[in-house]
Design a binder for this molecule. Structure first.
Ligand code: GBH
Length: 448
């Protein structure tokens, strides 16, 4: 590992990530309003085994112990998200100061333990009251988001210097409004272009406000994949192009160039009457960094029955995680080089990377060698991209704790720390211990 730590710059930010609804629980406490995920997870048939985030990791009550564990492991950066309905139970209007207090205390606790916060404003838990007004289909939601963002900047901005507007707006758009696998559970492909636009508009509005009031860094996190064709046949190359538009450039292009890719019109036709004058300028404001969530590449074969005209192919010899996703660290290097050449130079932060495996407790330990191997391969791939000139500034493991994996409930474990949901006991997995050793070597080598 010594050789690996040398390949990262001294100021590289190593961290772990979580999201509010996936870990907090305490859904009815301190004046929190309902979010679309409360409603969705309580709708029979939506979540595997009927799981909900009602208790999750009970992090709301165990925040200090959790931060303390992070610091014991030598983790120096923490990405968490804020629950909008804790701050505005109705989405806008009456502010709930007890909700803000929780994040205020979390921030103080982190700083006290020398952990730098990276705060995501929206990791999918929209206030239910706003959903009842149309949610992201309603343009007003973008302006309510700005007001919520300003409230949070105002409260935490003296101590938090790194902000992410949205986590994976593609997932909100597609899983939430086309596939119906995520809240709000809609299956309406015809609203998708509008939903994506309003999410992006809200991003632009929040960035604009931040420039007026904050001096730190702000960006957006996208879930991105390198897309490889399954063969060199003409139709697979077309599939590659359309799939790339659907998964990557739909969000990258507007954010960095103020346009939507033309290929999108072929696969998700729309009338662009929801794009008002000035919107695209707001959306393409300069950012301080791009957040990238990377899990796996997409290898695609032509299939006109899919929206992107492509289906995913897994090679028979390829190892997969328990999500069924192929393990391919080189995909991370390829992806970063592509982003750098097509959209850069822009500082990049890997805001999520990790793997789900079937962990078992043996004598109070979790020997998750596969996860450890996954992580180490991706650190190496990251170093390769840095050596090839990509300005990568940080990396956050998804996730600190096992947590509520959305439609898959508690069945999938991504943590480097195991959570026993019956007792809420935390057990550091072997991968967590390996990360900790790696970080100590890094600090030692770089004298930080
Ligand atoms: C990220 O999403 C998220 O930011 C994070 O919250 C999540 O926990 C993590 O990755 C791991 O998935 O439920 O059957 O519909 C990446 C995109 C969206 C891919 C949800 C998996 C679940 C498939 N993920 N999707 S299903």
């Amino acid at each position: 590992m010594t050789s690996l730590v040398k390949r990262f710059p001294r100021h590289f930010a190593w961290g772990v990530a979580t999201a509010s609804y996936q870990i907090e629980g305490a859904v009815n406490e301190d004046g929190r309003g309902a979010s679309i995920w409360d409603v969705f997870s309580h709708t029979p048939g939506k979540i595997l085994h009927g799981d909900t985030g009602d208790i999750a990791c009970d992090h709301y009550h165990r925040m200090r112990e959790d931060v303390n564990l992070m610091s014991q492991l030598g983790i120096s950066n923490y990405r968490f998200s804020i629950s909008w309905p804790r701050i505005f139970p109705m989405g806008y209007g009456q502010k709930n100061s007890r909700g803000l207090d929780f994040y205020d205390q979390l921030t103080d606790q982190l700083l006290q333990e020398n952990i730098e916060p990276l705060v995501t404003l929206y990791h999918w838990d929209l206030p239910q009251a706003l959903q009842e007004k149309g949610g992201w289909i309603n343009r007003d939601t973008a302006f309510y988001f700005r007001d919520y963002a300003v409230t949070v900047f105002d409260k935490l901005g003296d101590r938090v210097h790194n902000w992410i507007t949205h986590n994976e707006p593609w997932v909100t758009t597609v899983a939430g409004h086309i596939q119906g696998r995520h809240a709000p559970g809609l299956k309406q492909p015809n609203v998708a272009r509008k939903v994506a636009h309003h999410l992006l508009l809200s991003h632009g509005l929040a960035v604009e406000s931040y420039r007026d009031m904050g001096k730190g860094r702000i960006g957006i996190t996208l879930n991105l994949h390198p897309v490889y064709p399954a063969s060199s046949r003409e139709e697979d190359l077309t599939a590659q192009q359309l799939h790339d538009a659907f998964h990557n450039t739909w969000f990258l292009d507007p954010v960095f160039t103020g346009t939507y890719p033309e290929e999108l019109d072929e696969i998700l036709p729309f009338d662009n009457d929801f794009i008002a004058e000035g919107d695209l300028n707001l959306i393409q404001q300069p950012l301080d960094f791009l957040g990238v969530n990377y899990y796996a590449p997409h290898r695609v074969r032509w299939n006109p029955d899919e929206i992107s005209h492509a289906s995913l192919v897994i090679l028979p010899e390829e190892p997969i995680t328990s999500m069924g996703w192929p393990v391919d660290a080189k995909g991370l290097t390829d992806l970063l080089i592509r982003i750098h050449y097509d959209y850069g130079p822009i500082p990049i932060i890997i805001t999520e990377n990790g793997a789900a495996y079937e962990d078992v407790v043996e004598d109070g330990q979790i020997h998750d060698a596969l996860r450890q191997h996954y992580l180490e391969m991706h650190w190496d791939a990251l170093a390769n991209s840095i050596e090839q000139g990509v300005p990568v500034h940080g990396y956050y493991v998804w996730s600190f704790l096992d947590n509520f994996e959305w439609a898959l409930g508690y069945s999938k474990r991504f943590g480097i720390v195991y959570v026993d949901y019956l007792t809420q006991q935390r057990i550091v997995k072997d991968s967590g211990l390996a990360y900790s050793r790696f970080l100590r070597e890094f600090y030692e080598y770089h004298h930080v």
